[in-house]
Design a protein. Structure first.
Length: 64
């Protein structure tokens, strides 16, 4: 699987942690990363858009 290979390569390159940002509303992506051992670390990034809209990203982390 692509995710497993990407994590394997990160470990092989000496990385200790990996993180991804996921849209708060994207439940499918949040479940996907949780299945692969990622967990929301409490970090939110609020990204402003035109017309008073804001996108909220959640940071999911995984120890490698």
């Amino acid at each position: 699987m692509l995710m497993e290979e990407a994590l394997r390569r990160l470990r092989a390159d000496g990385y200790l942690n990996c993180y991804v940002f996921v849209l708060r509303e994207n439940e499918g992506a949040r479940r996907f990363y949780a299945r692969h051992g990622f967990a929301w670390d409490g970090t939110e990034e609020h990204i402003p858009f035109p017309h008073d809209m804001t996108c909220v990203d959640l940071r999911y982390t995984k120890q490698l």
